[in-house]
Design a protein around this ligand. Structure first.
Ligand SMILES: [Zn+2]
Length: 346
């Protein structure tokens, strides 16, 4: 007997679409299943002003194939020079839905990020006034902090002080990877949400390192110990509305991943919904998938839930392409390391 599940069409609350030929190739992979996505602003140069965001949105919509419907939810890249009134105007016009904080040097294209948090205090206060969420890449970048501890240290040293200094600021802890982050969200009822990626529900650090280094499993924040993966699974499948899907699908071409200094990022746009159905079924929580993928994110952002739907049907093994061809070169699709049986129809 085939099992099937129909949910409201999902959204992706953390996505990298890049630009140019890469944008052209990866956008349909997301738009096939997702209605909307929060678009990361870490282009080179980054999307820092309302004018930049409007131009990037136009390029995304121009790259959307005929017949596909997709709404990019734009963000601005917070720098020490960000103008609070430009942010407020871009929010008031409906152009942007969040501002993104990257600690300088934390991940791909984050060199323009924030070093001195006192310099962005005025912007954060304005965002709290107007109810504009701050999306946070939650890792410290100090050389002496172990890469596996950087999220936990960020919570104590940066995030908690920012939240205490800026009452009312709505914060999304993005792509959380530790039980420390799960616990911090649960302990703070007000104005706090967290996104969880597909791949962090599936891999732990052994998958990256045991039996030879697997560059396509390397991402930032890096996958942690198994106990943390289990904490993420418990949070994602709990039904708690503060946890929602942000794939952090992040395409890099194979030569940039399979390199002596490989880029961070997993490309999951193509197969995320099949993988999530597999994970939620394993956890006995298929009834919580709609909340995680389709309802909790709009709830946090104050947006309506999508009207149309997506159906997941369990059957024969699903075959996804190993790679997506782009004008810049091939991009490897995330391989979960197991067979998936959930087919997606829209
Ligand atoms: Zn990201």
């Amino acid at each position: 007997m085939s099992q099937s599940l129909t949910i409201r069409r999902p959204d992706d609350w953390h996505l990298h679409l890049r630009d140019g030929a890469m944008l052209q190739a990866v956008l349909p992979e997301t738009a096939r299943h997702f209605a909307r996505a929060i678009i990361m602003p870490n282009l080179v140069p980054p999307v820092v002003t309302g004018t930049d965001a409007a131009a990037y949105r136009d390029r995304i919509l121009a790259a959307l194939p005929d017949g596909m419907v997709f709404e990019p939810l734009m963000t601005l890249y917070l720098t020490e020079d960000t103008d609070r009134e430009d942010v407020a105007a871009a929010h008031a016009s409906g152009l942007i839905k969040a501002v993104k904080l990257y600690p300088a040097g934390a991940t791909t294209n984050s060199a323009s990020g924030v070093r001195d948090f006192d310099k962005v205090r005025g912007v954060l206060e304005r965002m709290a006034e107007i109810g504009l969420p701050l999306c946070v890449h939650g890792e410290v970048t100090d050389a002496e902090i172990d890469i596996f501890d950087r999220e936990a240290v960020f919570i104590d040293r940066v995030l908690d002080p920012i939240r205490r200094d800026t009452p009312g600021l709505r914060v999304v802890m993005e792509h959380i990877t530790t039980s420390n982050a799960v616990d911090y969200v649960k302990a703070n009822a007000q104005d706090l949400g967290a996104t969880i990626t597909t791949h962090h529900l599936i891999i732990n650090r052994n998958h990256i390192l045991v039996g030879g280094i697997k560059p396509h499993y390397y991402c930032l924040p890096v996958a942690k110990r198994e106990e943390h993966r289990l904490a993420l699974r418990a949070a994602a499948t709990s039904g708690d509305p503060r946890f929602f899907l942000g794939t952090d699908s992040a395409p890099h071409t194979d030569p940039l991943k399979e390199s002596a200094c490989g880029c961070a990022g997993c490309f999951t746009a193509t197969n995320t919904m099949s993988l999530l159905a597999h994970v939620f079924e394993q956890e006995g929580a298929l009834d919580k998938l709609e909340g995680f993928a389709s309802r909790n994110g709009p709830g946090f952002y104050g947006l309506p839930v999508n009207q149309d739907s997506l159906t997941l049907t369990k059957g024969e093994v699903v075959r996804y392409p190993d790679k997506i061809d782009t004008g810049d070169g091939p991009v490897t699709v995330f391989d979960p390391g197991f067979e998936v049986h959930w087919h997606v129809t829209t």
